[in-house]
Each structure stands twice: as structure tokens, then as C-alpha cells.
Design a protein around this ligand. Structure first.
Ligand code: ADP
Length: 452
């Protein structure tokens, strides 16, 4: 593991060294000066020119200091990386300190360069494409995998990333990273029939790190699963229609033996359930395949809400709940009317189904000027919060037996999620066991149409 160089300790060690040694080295100079003065005073005294010899001693000492200064300057200016000249006294101490600091700095530098080299070579070895993009959206660096997966070439250095990866979905994702926290799957522009998952992360302000990897295998498996479900649902449709036709004919016969009648009623209920399942599977698969943005019809919300309210009354006959309708918005919705109506009605039938008889279900439409909110609140059995994150998965049921009993297919909320995704809307669920549930569908401002 890399251990950072102990720079702070080094600095304090330096400080200590400088103060203790400076005096030691200054003493050498003082001793030399004292020696010169002693010799000069002896000679000067002996021959009667005391002050002249004292002056000569100071001059010699001064010349020696000038020589040292010259050598220090010469080393710093011309040969800073060579071993410094061997000097005594205070100049020696100075040279030693400079040389030492310089060496430590070179060690730290070498370690940093080594670390950068190691980080870079590990990025080079990665099978995932890694690309560094600066604040101006220009490509700074990429690894060889990016060359293979995304087709970058040496000439692309410094080019705007959006002029190389030009798919509209990528441009939209690049300009709005929060739109897809898991990244974006897109067709490779280099390898035919290949798909790459691209993930962008912001760092150091506006710079971005792009990581991409090949997800062709996963994509193909997912496509196989979709095709399989699609085909099997289509294949089941005809036999089911034939079966339910015959069963209906038999059930309608008045002289039917009561024992057989019970059996035919059960067969009819089960074929209805299978029909609902097949229809939901086909709808889900259609929604998944049509990843496109939903249509831009203007949906008159007061009329849709009243329609939903009337349908809810029809469904509510066996349950006897109190139904409320609250409209507190002058906004209509922009989207696909059939799909939104089916998503909303899924939420309403769930609220009615999962509320014990005599409860209250309230359907609402509000906006706060920024977002539009369709709500369905019930006083029903509620949901343990641990189930909430998985609730929109297909076939996920909190209580399978109960769901089957109420005729549920386990696909309702999965369909709701897909319809909402096509409208850039999302579902929020607040619920506690035995304390009812609140399902909120939140639409962005762009999906609202203000009625003047
Ligand atoms: P299902 O066809 O089983 O109703 P959904 O996808 O519509 O399938 O719902 C998934 C599960 O979520 C249901 O099985 C049920 O357990 C739970 N659920 C959905 N809506 C409610 C609700 N309003 N109150 C309590 N549980 C609910």
C-alpha cells in the first residue's frame, strides 16, 4: 500500500536541525575569526602595527566569506543537482540545508510520479473504458479500452466529447446527469450490434469522468427474455379465447347439473385470470419495447378524474367504501390518455382491493406551480415499509394468496412504473402496515398544461 511521504514531520525536523546546527556552524566561523585576530595581534604587537594587522585579519576573514558566497551562488545557479561544494562555517550549513530540502523534494516528487504512473497503468489495464473530460467538455485522456469501445483516436485529444459521442440520448444524459443515476445504455458507434453502458461522474467542479463497459451479452439476454414472454403471451391468447368461449357456452346452459356448474364457474374465473395475466404481460412488453417518450395529448384532468371516479364507483359495489374526489389544480396533463388512465385506474383498483370493506378511498389531483400530483389514499391494510422498494417489480406481491384472491396479476404496479417513466413522472408510496397507503404520482412542470 502507498504510504504518503511524511512531509510535516520532515519540515519540523528541518526546523530543529537548522536552529541547533546554525549556532554550531557559526561557532566554526567565530573560532576562525578569533584565530586570525590572535595571530594578527601577536604579529602586530611584536612589530608595532597592531591595528593594521587587526584590519588585515578582518579583511582576510571577509575575503574568505566572499569566496564562500561566490561558491554557493555558483552551485545554486549552475549545478543545483550536483553535490554541493564542501564549505565550513555558516555557508556550509546553508548549503547543507538547501541540498537536504532539495533531495527530500525530489524524493516526494519521484513518489508522486510513481503513484500517478501506477494509477495510470491500472487504468490502462482496465477492460472498462475510462475517459477524462475537462470543464470545457474537451477530452483530456482516455485508456486503450475507450479506443476499442468508443472509437477514440489520437486526433480526438482536446475535442469536445459531444462531437464524438453524438447520439441524442448521450447528449441529453451529458447535460443532465441526474436524469439517469445508473447511467445510460447506448448502441456502440464502433462495434456493430454491441451495446455499452455509460456512466458519467462529476469531479473537481465541472470536469467529468466517463466509464463505459460492454453490456451486449446482458442486453441480448434481456431481449431474449422479452421476446420469450412476448411470444408465449401471444401463443396463449388463441387457446384461451377458445377455452373461455366454450366455458361460457356451457355455463350459460340452464339445464346444467349443479355439480358441473360449480366446476365451470371455477374454470371461467381461472380463464379470466389467465386472460388478465396475458393482457398485462403483453401491455408491459409493449411499454418496455416502446422506450420512446409518451405522446403529447392534452388530457383534460377534470374529465379524466370524473371518469376514474365513476369507474371506481362501479368497482366499489362489492366493497362499499366511501369514495372521495379532490381536485385542487387548474392544470391539465400532457401525455398519452389511454396509458395514463390505465395507470391511474390500476392505483385506484388496488386501493379499493386492499382496503377492508367500509373503508375510505380518496382520489386527488393537485399542483404546486412546479409539479403536478395525482394521489390515491386509502385506509386499507397498508404495506410494511420493507416491501416498498420492490413493489413495482413484476410479480412482486406482499401477500401472494391475498393478491390472487383479489384477482391480481402482480403486474399492475410494474405497468404503472413503465407508463410513468414514459411521462418523466415517478411514483412515491407512503404506507405502514394496517394504517392505509398513499400512492403519489409526481409529474414534472413540462408535463403540465395550465388552463387559463
Ligand atoms: P396485484 O395485481 O397483485 O395487485 P400490483 O403490482 O398491482 O399487483 O401490486 C403489487 C403488490 O403491492 C400487491 O400484491 C399488494 O401486496 C401491494 N399493494 C398495491 N397497492 C396496495 C394498496 N393500496 N394497499 C396495500 N397493498 C398494496
Amino acid at each position: 500500500m502507498y504510504e504518503p511521504y511524511p512531509v510535516p514531520e520532515l519540515a519540523s525536523e528541518h526546523k530543529k536541525f537548522r536552529y541547533s546546527s546554525l549556532w554550531t556552524f557559526a561557532k566554526q566561523d567565530l573560532r576562525l575569526l578569533a584565530f586570525f585576530l590572535l595571530i594578527a595581534s601577536l604579529i602586530g604587537f611584536g612589530i608595532g602595527y597592531f591595528w593594521i594587522f587587526i584590519g588585515i585579519a578582518f579583511a582576510v576573514f571577509f575575503l574568505l566569506q566572499l569566496r564562500s558566497l561566490y561558491l554557493v551562488n555558483d552551485w545554486i545557479s549552475n549545478r543545483p543537482y550536483d553535490v554541493p561544494p564542501n564549505l565550513n562555517g555558516i555557508w556550509g550549513a546553508l548549503l547543507f540545508n538547501v541540498y537536504r530540502a532539495q533531495r527530500q523534494e525530489r524524493i516526494v516528487q519521484a513518489e508522486m510520479v510513481g503513484l500517478i504512473d501506477r494509477a495510470q497503468s491500472s487504468l490502462v489495464a482496465l477492460a472498462e473504458a475510462v475517459v477524462l473530460i475537462d470543464e470545457m467538455h474537451q477530452i483530456e485522456w482516455w485508456n486503450p479500452a475507450a479506443q476499442q469501445l468508443l472509437g477514440f483516436q489520437e486526433l480526438d485529444r482536446g475535442r469536445n466529447i459531444l462531437t464524438i459521442l453524438r447520439q441524442p440520448s448521450f447528449i441529453e444524459y451529458f447535460n443532465n446527469l441526474n436524469m439517469a443515476p445508473d447511467g445510460l445504455k447506448m448502441k456502440s458507434s464502433v462495434l456493430e450490434d454491441h451495446y455499452v453502458q455509460v456512466k458519467l461522474t462529476r469531479f473537481g467542479g465541472e470536469s467529468r469522468l466517463l466509464v463505459a463497459y460492454d453490456v451486449t451479452r446482458m442486453h441480448n439476454l434481456e431481449q431474449m427474455r422479452k421476446d420469450f414472454v412476448d411470444n408465449i403471451s401471444h401463443e396463449l391468447r388463441t387457446p384461451l379465447t377458445v377455452l373461455s368461449g366454450y366455458i361460457e357456452t356451457f355455463t350459460d346452459q340452464e339445464d346444467l347439473n349443479p355439480r358441473w356448474k360449480r366446476a365451470f364457474d371455477q374454470m371461467q374465473a381461472q380463464t379470466r385470470r389467465m386472460n388478465a395475466l396475458v393482457n398485462d404481460l403483453l401491455l408491459l412488453s409493449r411499454l418496455e419495447n416502446e422506450k420512446k417518450i409518451a405522446k403529447n395529448q392534452i388530457i383534460e384532468m377534470p374529465s379524466l378524474m370524473n371518469q376514474l371516479y365513476d369507474d371506481a364507483h362501479a368497482y366499489n359495489v362489492d366493497y362499499g367504501h366511501t369514495l372521495n374526489l379532490e381536485i385542487d389544480s387548474h392544470c391539465d396533463l400532457i401525455g398519452s390518455d389511454i396509458e395514463l388512465a390505465s395507470a391511474f385506474s390500476n392505483l385506484i383498483t388496488n386501493a379499493i382491493k386492499y382496503t377492508p370493506k367500509g373503508g375510505t378511498v380518496t382520489i386527488g389531483w393537485h399542483d404546486d406551480g412546479e409539479q403536478g400530483c395525482f394521489t390515491v389514499q386509502d385506509t386499507g391494510i397498508g404495506i410494511d415499509p420493507k416491501h416498498l422498494p420492490r413493489l413495482t417489480e413484476r410479480f412482486y406481491r406482499v401477500d401472494s394468496a391475498r393478491s390472487r384472491q383479489t384477482g391480481g396479476t402482480g403486474l399492475g404496479l410494474a405497468i404503472v412504473k413503465h407508463v410513468l417513466m414514459q411521462h418523466q413522472a415517478y411514483l412515491e408510496i407512503e404506507s405502514k402496515e394496517n394504517q392505509g397507503s398513499l400512492f403519489k404520482v409526481i409529474f414534472p412542470k413540462e408535463r403540465l398544461y395550465r388552463v387559463s
